[in-house]
Design a protein. Structure first.
Length: 140
């Protein structure tokens, strides 16, 4: 859905919905929002990335600073389209991307209700799988 909708239309939706709920978007908010949409456009593949089992998946996602194995556009890893609809997979990418700014604390300071949930809500995109779990009180 992100690829089919013009970016300007999504940005306009986000601005309108943010003003309705009283969220003042600053440059830091737009940096996270743009990172998330750029990630979905450039780093989500229709086929599975190059790993075969769970062990190789975590090595691939949790690599340190091995820039030679990752393309320049996808510095924080790649996901298949099946994985990109799961909140915890995308959340791990966000945490890696914003580790130097404070990681989880920084993201929740910008989006107190949960970063992924709020961005998808503002953009009127479908919810991610397991983006909020009221039984455990978690929200991504």
């Amino acid at each position: 859905m992100v690829r089919d909708t013009p970016r300007e239309e999504i940005d306009e939706r986000i601005k309108n919905n943010a003003s309705e709920i009283g969220l003042a978007l600053c440059d830091e908010h737009w940096e996270v929002i743009n990172f998330l949409f750029d990630f979905h456009e450039n780093c989500c593949q229709s086929k599975a990335p190059h790993y075969l089992d769970q062990k190789h998946y975590w090595e691939y996602i949790d690599y340190e600073e091995d820039q030679e194995t990752i393309s320049k556009k996808c510095l924080f890893g790649q996901l298949s389209t099946k994985e990109a609809i799961k909140a915890h997979r995308v959340y791990r990418i966000l945490l890696k991307a914003y580790k130097n700014q404070g990681g989880k604390r920084h993201l929740y300071k910008l989006f107190p209700s949960a970063p992924l949930f709020t961005i998808h809500l503002l953009a009127q995109l479908p919810r991610l799988i397991n983006d909020a779990d009221p039984h455990y009180g978690t929200a991504y």
